[in-house]
Design a protein around this ligand. Structure first.
Ligand code: GAP
Length: 432
């Protein structure tokens, strides 16, 4: 865990937020490499949704009418954790994190009480009950509110889906474990509206699709069906997709059958008819919703844990003795596909050629590095998951070819500069 956290900071993936002021509880900033990885994860998810038939996108507001959260059950039903307080040091904990005694001083604990997780704020200049609002706790509520808008404007027919990526907020009692549990995080959620009779079949097919997606990004996952007593308040059925973290297998995505919980409750509270009219059967009904919901930062963290490898003594005979790190991230997600290295930097013809190659390949997300020995540059590239290290050497000036070194096998190949773009397309974008 400490290794990943310090690696994230050292290599520009994740910085503690407000660091110069001593940080701020469980808030993080994504650095130049982190944001590349995060964007690639989001893009790959969005692309996979776009490839499905009948899925449209949405970007709904974070701040909504507070009635939304009354109707969804987040202010009333089960969206609360049990809070206990230490009678000695007065630290507060989620009941399931504290067991019998205070984890900090072993003091006795108070009787648990419910603590609602909605993050409260005020809109407008006056801080009073009437201006109270909430930061959304899940992105999908915006999708339900726009159900009729989307039906009408896009002439959608059931079954269809709406996919959205956006920030959510929860006032977690004990945010912890780095990016795993924070108060501000992003979700990638898809809501599939279907006839109630088809919900069970779609639940299974969406679970299969999501598992295939994880296989495609090289992340080992497993599934756990959540028992009724532990399910989210809206879920008729819930299967968690879990990945391995330094502290064990934990949920990264939930697949939920939400039934008609959301649409029927919003209908009731808003007094708007949110039922679907089936033109063939001439029937009106509340569709069931199958939801897939994954946290971006949790997935990001799981991917780093699974791809971070330390090789003691290094990977090649020429290596220095200390451990070498290789980030074996899937090449679809890596922040940089390739790095361009002139073998030496005191030979203007080689530097010029290297810059020409850099300019040629710029659209593919690459970087240029001429500092340090070639071995050091290889190691820096391996550490951040760069898939190809491309070296421009003395021979390049004669044969217009470069050496490409593969991150995982360390195999080196000579490739003509004129063939590079084609090679990039084949290697990184085989579907295009
Ligand atoms: N709309 C359904 C929903 O929000 P959830 O199981 O509460 O379901 C879905 O959340 C995903 O969001 C989780 O699997 C997790 O990846 C992420 N998530 C939830 N709370 C989080 C937190 N406090 N910090 C980071 N990620 C979180």
């Amino acid at each position: 865990m400490e290794k990943i956290v310090s690696f994230c900071k050292k290599r520009g993936f994740v910085f503690p937020s407000s660091e110069i002021y001593g940080g701020f509880s469980s808030s993080y900033d994504f650095g130049p490499l982190g944001i590349e990885l995060k964007n690639n994860i989001k893009k790959y998810w969005q692309d996979s949704m776009k490839q499905e038939d009948n899925i449209v996108g949405l970007d709904s507001a974070i701040l909504m009418n507070p009635m939304v959260w009354q109707a969804s059950g987040h202010l009333t039903a089960g969206f609360a954790d049990e809070l206990v307080e230490c009678k000695k040091c007065h630290h507060r904990f989620r009941k399931d994190f504290a067991k019998k005694n205070c984890p900090d001083c072993q003091g006795g604990l108070t009787v648990p009480r419910k603590f609602n997780l909605m993050m409260r704020t005020f809109v407008g200049p006056v801080e009073e009950k009437a201006s109270e609002a909430y930061l959304r706790a899940e992105t999908c509520q915006g999708i339900y509110l726009n159900f009729q808008n989307i039906l009408q404007t896009m002439r959608m027919k059931i079954p269809f889906g709406v996919a959205q990526i956006g920030k959510s907020f929860r006032n977690e009692i004990n945010p912890k474990d780095f990016l795993f549990r924070t108060r501000e995080f992003e979700q990638m959620e898809m809501q599939w509206f279907c006839h109630p009779k088809q919900a069970s079949g779609f639940f299974d097919s969406w679970l299969k699709k999501r598992l295939k997606w994880y296989a495609q990004i090289g992340l080992k996952v497993r599934t756990t069906e959540v028992l009724k007593k532990d399910r989210s308040h809206y879920a008729k059925k819930q299967i968690d997709i879990e990945a391995q973290f330094p502290f064990g297998w934990k949920e990264i995505e939930g697949i939920h059958n939400r039934g008609d919980w959301d649409l029927s409750n919003h209908s009731k509270h808003s007094k708007q008819d949110l039922r679907y009219y089936d033109e063939i059967t001439k029937q009106k009904y509340f569709p069931y919703v199958i939801e897939t919901s994954v946290g971006v930062e949790r997935l990001f963290f799981a991917l780093l844990c699974s791809s971070y490898e330390e090789i003691k003594g290094g990977r090649s005979e020429k290596s220095i003795k200390e451990a070498e790190t290789v980030l074996k991230l899937d090449k679809k997600l890596i922040p940089f596909k390739a790095a361009i290295f002139p073998l030496v930097r005191n030979k203007p013809e080689i530097v010029k050629k290297a810059k020409d190659v850099f300019n040629l390949l710029k659209p593919f997300s690459i970087y240029y590095d001429e500092t340090g020995s070639i071995g050091k540059r290889y190691r820096r590239a391996d550490e951040i998951g760069v898939f190809w290290a491309i070296t421009i050497d003395f021979d390049t000036l004669q044969d217009n070819a470069v050496t490409i070194r593969n991150r995982d096998t360390m195999e080196q190949k000579r490739i003509k500069i004129k063939d590079l773009i084609e090679c990039f397309k084949k290697q990184f974008f085989p579907m295009d």
